[in-house]
Every structure is written in structure tokens, then in C-alpha cells.
Design a protein around this ligand. Sequence first.
Ligand SMILES: NC(=O)c1ccc[n+]([C@@H]2O[C@H](COP(=O)([O-])OP(=O)(O)OC[C@H]3O[C@@H](n4cnc5c(N)ncnc54)[C@H](OP(=O)(O)O)[C@@H]3O)[C@@H](O)[C@H]2O)c1
Length: 239
Amino acid sequence: MNDLEGKVAVVTGATSGIGLAAAEALSERGVKLVLHGRRRELLEAHAARLPHCAVLAGDIADPDTPEALLDLAMERFGRVDIAYANAGLIASGPVGEIDLDAMSDMLRVNIDATFRFAYTVLRHMKAAGSGDLLFTGSVLGTKTRPNAGAYAATKYAVEALAESLRMELAGSGVRVAVVEPGLVRTDLHRDYAVRPEVSQNVPQPLTPADVARAVVFAVEQPRSVLIPRVMVLPASQNV
Ligand SMILES: NC(=O)c1ccc[n+]([C@@H]2O[C@H](COP(=O)([O-])OP(=O)(O)OC[C@H]3O[C@@H](n4cnc5c(N)ncnc54)[C@H](OP(=O)(O)O)[C@@H]3O)[C@@H](O)[C@H]2O)c1
């Protein structure tokens, strides 16, 4: 038995990529899961494969979604120990030329929905006097580069939110951490004409499982220890 056995995690953006890999890694340690994303058929396939796994399909930016996820976790498993705000998307391009509608969608999911999710689960965790709230940030939450201004702004926002929460919640039993990946091979860049590993010259991007190990590392720490930020980069990434 490990320290995570029997705990309950709510993971957003769990249909694919980093969220799915984190859910699988937590499940291997005996964590019960509530998974969210829009692609219902994928969620149903994950639920059929992973033990103690409940799913909810929908838009994370719907203001009712965080409460619905919390209700589902309480109804099925009676508790929420880990909440992982991972859902996100990318709209890239020069700041002056970016597709404004795509950018708005990104702001809605990466910032608004992330803040709402944190707000809702924290009310529950503060009352319980314990919990782990994790965010997927990015190396682009610590620096920016051309064509990434809008996306980086969303991840800077996540860093600011998490750092304020970390201070506000110090000593409350609720820990807040950000996982900051470099380039990961996932569906995130599905619409790119040129693969990012080519345009950024990163011959071997991370796998989602590489990032999932960092998630597990953060939540496996003794309760008296907080790892507030874990940056995970491909060894070959030089930007
Ligand atoms: N890949 C990278 O290089 C990289 C690097 C640093 C940080 N990140 C961050 O990692 C996180 C996960 O991305 P990923 O790389 O694993 O890509 P991914 O496989 O495309 O996963 C994105 C997840 O977010 C969900 N999602 C997006 N919009 C949503 C919406 N409106 N409502 C509900 N769910 C929504 C997607 O689910 P549905 O499509 O089923 O809705 C999917 O499960 C994101 O926050 C991303 O910014 C990625």
C-alpha cells in the first residue's frame, strides 16, 4: 500500500495527452478517478479500462462544470483529494495577427475555466483541511517567445494564480503546485502545419508519461513538504 492508495483525483483534460497519462499513473497507485473532457467516447473507453473511474463529458468552460465534477466525485467516492486543472489548448501566431476567436477560446479554457475550477475545488478542500490542487502550466509560463505571446500569457496567469494560492493556503493543509512541461508530443499541436519538434528543433519531445511522473512526484511528497513548481523539459530543448 502506498500513500496515494484510495485517494480520489479529479482530472480535467483527461481524454488524451498529459491528463490521461497522469490519470493512468495515479490509477496505478490505487487512486480513484473522475475524468473530464469533451470527447465522450474516449472518456467511456478510459472508464471501461481503469478501475474506479467515473467520467463527465462537456465543456470545461461551462461555469457549471466544476461543481458538477465535485458532485460526481462526492457521489461516487465520497471525497476529493487531488484536483488537477490540466485542460488547455493553444492558439499561436504573432500577437498582431493571431486569430482573435481562437485566442478568445484559449483564454476561456486556459484562464477562465482554470480559475473557476480552482475556486470551486478549493472551497471543498479548505473545508476538508487537506488536498492537492495541481495545474498544468508550461515552460511558457516562465518566459515567452515570438508567436507564443497569447499562449504564454495564459500560462503566466496560471503561475500567478498558483503562487498567490500557495501563499494564501500555507498551513491550511491544502497544497498548490504547477507542473511546467516543455514540448510534449500530444494532440495539442494537431493543427500545426509544421510539427513543433521541427520548428523548435527538439528531436525528442517529452511523452505524456514523462510529465505524469512529475505529477505523481508532487502529490507523493509527505504532507509537510510542498514542491510548488516542477519544470520538465526534453533534454534537447534549447528554447
Ligand atoms: N503538449 C505540450 O507541448 C505542452 C507543453 C506545456 C504545457 N502543455 C499543457 O498541457 C495541458 C494538456 O495538453 P496536452 O498537451 O496533453 O494536449 P491534448 O492531448 O490536446 O489535451 C488537452 C486536453 O484538454 C481538453 N480540453 C481542451 N479544451 C477543452 C474544453 N473546452 N472543454 C473540456 N476539455 C477541453 C481536451 O479534451 P477534449 O478535446 O476531449 O475536449 C484534452 O483532454 C494543456 O494545459 C497544455 O497547455 C502542453
